[in-house]
Design a protein around this ligand. Structure first.
Ligand code: ATP
Ligand code: MG
Length: 358
């Protein structure tokens, strides 16, 4: 039995003409770490809030532990939710913030004390229990917010962009902590983010959304190597996949200015978009495709180089020892086996190089 099951869930806010979420269907198994990812406004929070019971479901069915739950009040769903704004009570200590939900449930003092201390231990907050939120760092506040969720001992956690207020370094640390925590507790997690790195590193499966519609569901690797359309291909990966608009004629791909880019393309003639990831472009020798460098960014372990192949804007990754020069020219090769082709109108993938195995 699935832990959570969504069956053609739709949401239309009364004042809106359009649906915010359309036909959202997924079976989520126990202990999965599911990440909803997509651009701002694509319906991530709305979907999560419907599962939590904080938003009415317009149509479709939601099952939790096999029970039809569309109309079950949030407090009876045994779900813990963590919000982006930590939603801590500023006048209460860390201890009382964590204990709050248990006091409302009228647990006895001793049980509350035991649970709060155990939770603080898991989250390394033992030394902060007497402090107020304003005395804490962002990461510590975030841990208190997590503590308030954990202490309820729900087996489902819903998290809506819980790390977006933290600086980059803390974000990486908290990412690991949340994963450790999940493994320790064995809980099922649904995690919302618009950050593709978080999605790639944390998810057991990713649900990629655009305009309220699921584009693709799969493991991070599946979505990265086998994206179903140009949207998914462009959303996952940093820097994003490069796209060159053009056409195929007699197995040769030409850009829109009729420059020959690559031959041997296994597709029928027509208007297409060619996709190639920055790390898949190879530095080559004179006579291959000219690449005019515009900007070089040192990222520590490699360079990201922005430039153009003819008039097509391209980003590629390059090893440190290559030592490229600003405003210089490189020659590059686009390996056929690493290219993707997409229908220019629908964005659907129509070809994938043969080396993209899962
Ligand atoms: N309370 C509301 N009333 C009316 N429309 C809403 C409401 N909440 C969200 N919407 C609309 O529903 C759509 C989806 O919004 P949602 O908040 O789910 O997006 P999101 O993917 O979480 O975006 P973000 O990354 O910016 O948080 C948007 O078009 C938004 O304007
Ligand atoms: Mg949101």
């Amino acid at each position: 039995m699935s832990k959570i099951s969504l069956n053609n869930i739709c949401k239309r806010y009364e004042e809106n003409e359009d649906y915010s979420v359309k036909d959202f269907s997924i079976e989520i198994n126990e202990s999965e770490f599911i990440v909803f990812v997509g651009p701002s406004g694509c319906g991530k929070s709305t979907s999560l809030r419907m599962i939590a019971g904080l938003e009415d479901i317009t149509s479709g069915e939601l099952y939790i532990d096999g029970k039809l739950s569309n109309n079950v009040p949030p407090k009876d769903r045994n779900i813990a939710m963590v919000f982006q704004s930590y939603a801590l009570y500023p006048h209460l200590t860390v201890y009382d913030n964590i204990a709050f939900g248990l006091k409302i449930r009228k647990l006895d003092k001793k049980t509350i004390d035991y649970k709060v201390k155990k939770t603080a231990e898991i989250l390394n907050l033992t030394n902060y229990l007497k402090k107020k939120p304003k005395e804490l760092s962002g990461g510590q506040m975030q841990r208190v917010a997590l503590g308030r969720a954990i202490v309820k001992e729900s087996d489902i956690f819903l998290m809506d962009e819980p790390l977006s207020n933290l600086d980059a370094k803390l974000r990486v640390e908290m990412r690991k902590e949340i994963l450790n925590l999940k493994n320790k507790l064995g809980s099922t997690v649904i995690y919302v983010t618009h950050d593709q790195t978080e999605a790639m590193t944390m998810a057991s499966r990713i649900v990629c959304l655009n305009n309220g519609i699921i584009q693709q569901i799969g493991t991070p690797r599946e979505l990265y190597t086998n994206p179903i359309n140009a949207f998914v291909a462009g959303f996952l990966g940093s820097p994003s996949m490069n796209f060159i608009e053009g056409k195929v004629k007699d197995k040769i791909f030409y850009d829109d200015d009729n420059n020959k880019i690559i031959s041997g393309v296994n597709s029928h003639d027509g208007r297409v978009t060619l996709g190639i990831r920055p790390e898949s472009i190879e530095l080559s020798k004179e006579g291959d495709l000219p690449f005019n460098i515009n900007l070089i960014e040192l990222l520590g372990s490699n360079y990201d180089i922005s430039g153009k192949i003819f008039e097509n804007k391209i980003v590629l990754k390059c090893d440190l020892e290559k030592n490229p020069k600003n405003n210089g020219e490189l020659f590059v090769k686009i390996p056929l086996e690493k290219t993707y082709l997409f229908d220019r109108d629908s964005g659907d993938r129509i070809f994938v190089g043969e080396k993209h195995e899962d």
